[in-house]
Design a binder for this molecule. Sequence first.
Ligand SMILES: *Cc1c(COP(=O)(O)O)cnc(C)c1O
Length: 443
Amino acid sequence: MDDDKTKKMTSYKKTTINNHPLKPESMMMSYGYNPKFSEGSVKPPVFLTSTFVFDSAEDGEEFFHVTSGRKPRASTDDLGGLIYSRFNHPNVEIVEDRIAVLEGAESCVAFASGMGAISTVLLSLLRPGDNIVYSSPLYGGTEVLIRKMMPEFGVKTHCFTDGLDGDGMLEAMRAAAKDGPLKLVFIETPANPTNAMVDFEALLDAVDTIEKETGHRPVTACDNTMLGPQFQRAVPQGIDLSVYSVTKYLGGHSDLVAGAVCGSYDSLGPIRSLRGAMGFNLDPHTSWMISRSLETVTIRMERAADSGRKVAAWIDENPYIKAKLHHPEYKTHGNYQDVYKRQCTGPGSTFSFVVDAPKTDVFKFINALQLFKSAVSLGGSESLICHPASTTHSGVPDDARAAVGVTDGLVRLSIGLEHPDDLIADLDQAFRHAFGASQKDAA
Ligand SMILES: *Cc1c(COP(=O)(O)O)cnc(C)c1O
């Protein structure tokens, strides 16, 4: 009887049927939620409560010991019991369990935003005098946080711009390690808006070398928002922490803001503690919306990537103007294609292209679109268009922008779930309107 009860209580974390391992997409409908605890409700309720009743005073004491890390947890499933919604609550635990499954990581910690996740990683690992190495370009908010704000906390920053060049990455790490303890290597790959890549293997080789030379191994963290978890899993490829803006593909409907960090349970310990101390936890309602989004993330990302390929092919061959594509399957810089094939399983659906046209014509094109919406952000169900030089990257100095190719002729697309033929029809009429009598005909 007791055995039966235990079996039912743990069956909500099913990973296999007999010996058949379940695919992550099958686990998104059930993993981490036990209907027995909620009147048999097929879907989890939204637990709108700030605090949780302890069965006994002893339980309260035990939960605090485990949650604060003073006492080791009883099992890998044991997160220490529910205490207070700033530390934990059922809806966020469901989301964390499921994102960890998608990433192929042991554990996950969710946050109120992607920047909340990134700042907690930085603040949990870096102290005055420490050094960070980062890849450039990064998401604008991250670049400002690292470049401008971390030095105000006494942290020294060093960057590299070519993530395909292992020697260059090692040089940046050596320069940082000379300056004081190198604690963190933070990368974003592919990077927004050019889809520039960092080679995980080359990066980890450089980290191995630095560990041998200095006796200290920096933590590696990858912002995996652009392709993960469907087309790139960073943790199974050896990166310590995989960071997400859940606002993008995981949320997937442009209706919420959230973040997450995946990694081993132990590596997430300080990050989980700091989240509770700072008050960056994700709320129950948003968590519930994400648990709904995760049920469709695989089909959404697959479909959007297929449509993105069709749109990219049309842009490549369009009859109006020569357009250089920054789509992962069109880039030829160095060993880009080898790295792409080794560490990614698909191109995602966010990419950019560059036309040789004045900003007025590029704006004319954007304004003529009828189905694409002109907005920042990406990874939603609707297709978006963005002009990075005048919006997301307008705060980056001209020369730094030019160095990574963010020019007035660069336009970024996030392909959503509309029919690709309709998206192409929209691009066709807007290209004709803006670039109809252009140099491609003349050339
Ligand atoms: C949007 C984004 C972020 C920031 O996430 P928020 O959820 O907006 O805080 C970080 N990194 C990348 C790559 C992003 O696209």
